[in-house]
Design a protein around this ligand. Structure first.
Ligand SMILES: Nc1nc2c(ncn2[C@@H]2O[C@H](COP(=O)(O)OP(=O)(O)OP(=O)(O)O)[C@@H](O)[C@H]2O)c(=O)[nH]1
Ligand SMILES: [Mg+2]
Length: 426
């Protein structure tokens, strides 16, 4: 896809009037996706669809209107903000004389352009091939149906598709192997780090919510933070100061989006393991966005898909970001609502409002679930004793000759860390 290409966006509204999301916000998001790879959006259209047409998705009058817009604006590209079948893609290309790309294809293009590390590139290529393979299978099924299922073996189309599929399969197998190798190396790094006695906090959230801006503020780092969808693809980790802890590790991750292609979720699973194994998840939300609540649901869905958060998972708190972007009256009612909930902190990553409170809240939640444990240490175990004072709350201590018994409140995670460094007798 060439940068600077002109595109028309067509959004099919299949909600029958029960839209969970604001149409304008959805159109803006689609435009944001296009702009993320340098495509110029010249017109945004939306159509209410009662019954999706198998061949074209849109009704014939709607296709005509789209074709007219393409013609009038001189667009080379039509972006359909939905998932479409290969047949629909082909028919829409014929009907509008523009190249057609759907939402999944667009997101894959962005990821393809952004991936910077070898792991990211492998993941994206794998996702792309998976997407293509899926489409080949589907068009093949379609051909089969055309043949009426009478087992005419080896038509020219079939041979070609079979060959393509084999190529894709082989390449995917090779990529998976390479990816496993890269992932193994990184997991080793993580295992080494996990033995370090510091909690890991993962920032998650919808794309453009402000994760990297918050990350930069907390770490004084210079991660790319921009008004650009999917600005961040590769995870970054840095040390931060956290009240009540020696230090903590903060990780910035790829943003989520509604209808995130399943191929991408699967491909990025390894990267997202940073999130799964975190001690605390901070869900950064753009509270000034009209679809903030729908975005929250999308993020929670992806988290559930990858097995993070929820029952038995890491505790999660919400940072309601961009409070500065709301009119004062709305901002006040948002603050009031947040005060009622102990897992919510209102912040502005831009101005710094609430960020200290967020970190205190993070510290509290990390300590939560903490239990009092009895640990007996000799006077020589100075390092272990210092660690307990720094990371736990020493409630009592009793001297017994050369040994001291400590009663320390420690979270499960911290207890595991302590034990891995200073194994305790069972
Ligand atoms: N007004 C306002 N804008 C903010 C705030 N935090 C972030 N932004 C802006 O929102 C945009 C996106 O910020 P990022 O930090 O790149 O968002 P992200 O969540 O890392 O996005 P991805 O990496 O794309 O997933 C940038 O233009 C930021 O300047 C805030 O508190 N208030
Ligand atoms: Mg980012």
């Amino acid at each position: 896809m060439s940068r600077g290409a002109k595109a028309v966006i067509a959004l099919p509204d299949l909600s029958q009037g029960n839209a969970r999301r604001d149409i304008d916000a959805r159109l803006d998001e689609a435009a944001g996706l296009a702009e993320a790879i340098g495509i110029e959006v010249v017109e945004k259209l939306h159509f209410r669809i009662r019954g999706a047409k198998a061949g074209t998705l849109f009704g014939s009058g709607q296709v005509e209107m789209i074709a007219e817009a393409v013609d009038r604006t001189g667009a080379e590209l039509l972006i359909v903000d939905a998932s479409i079948t290969p047949i629909q893609q082909k028919n829409l290309e014929t009907g509008t004389k523009a190249k057609v790309i759907d939402r999944t294809g667009l997101i894959l293009e962005i990821f393809g352009e952004r991936a910077a590390t070898s792991e990211g590139r492998l993941q994206v290529e794998l996702a792309h091939l998976d997407y293509q393979a899926g489409r080949l299978v589907r068009s093949w099924t379609h051909l089969e149906r055309q043949r009426g299922g009478f087992g005419f073996l080896g038509g020219p189309g079939e041979t070609q598709i079979e060959a393509d599929r084999r190529l894709i399969r082989d390449r995917m197998a090779k990529l998976k192997k390479e990816l496993e190798q890269v992932t193994r190396t990184r997991t080793l790094h993580r295992a080494r780090r996990q033995r370090a006695p510091w909690p890991v906090i993962a920032l998650v959230g919808y794309t453009n919510a402000g994760k990297s801006t918050l990350f930069n503020r907390l770490t004084r780092a210079d991660v790319m933070a921009e008004n650009l969808l999917f600005a961040t693809l590769d995870p970054t980790m840095r040390e931060i100061e956290l009240p009540g802890f020696d230090k903590a590790i903060l990780s910035d991750t790829v943003g989520f989006i509604s209808e995130l292609p399943t191929q991408l979720v699967a491909a990025f699973r390894a990267t997202l393991e940073e999130v799964i194994s975190a001690d605390l998840i901070i869900h950064v939300r753009d509270i000034s966005h009209p679809d903030s609540d729908a975005q929250r649901q999308d993020v929670e869905q992806v988290l559930a898909d990858i097995g993070a958060g929820g029952e038995g998972g890491a505790p999660m708190i919400e940072a309601w970001n961009k409070i500065d972007a709301l009119p004062e009256e709305e901002a006040e009612s948002v603050r009031t609502e947040a005060l009622r909930r102990e897992e919510v902190v209102v912040i502005s990553a831009l101005t710094g409002e609430g960020v200290d409170t967020l970190m205190e809240c993070a510290g509290e939640h990390l300590r939560k679930g903490a239990k009092v444990r009895h640990i007996t240490l000799s006077a020589g175990a100075g390092e272990a004793i210092a660690w307990l004072h720094a990371n736990g709350e020493v409630v009592a201590q009793r001297n017994e000759g050369a040994e001291t018994e400590y009663e320390v409140r420690l979270s499960d995670a911290d207890w595991a860390r302590f034990e891995s460094r200073w194994p305790q007798p069972a």
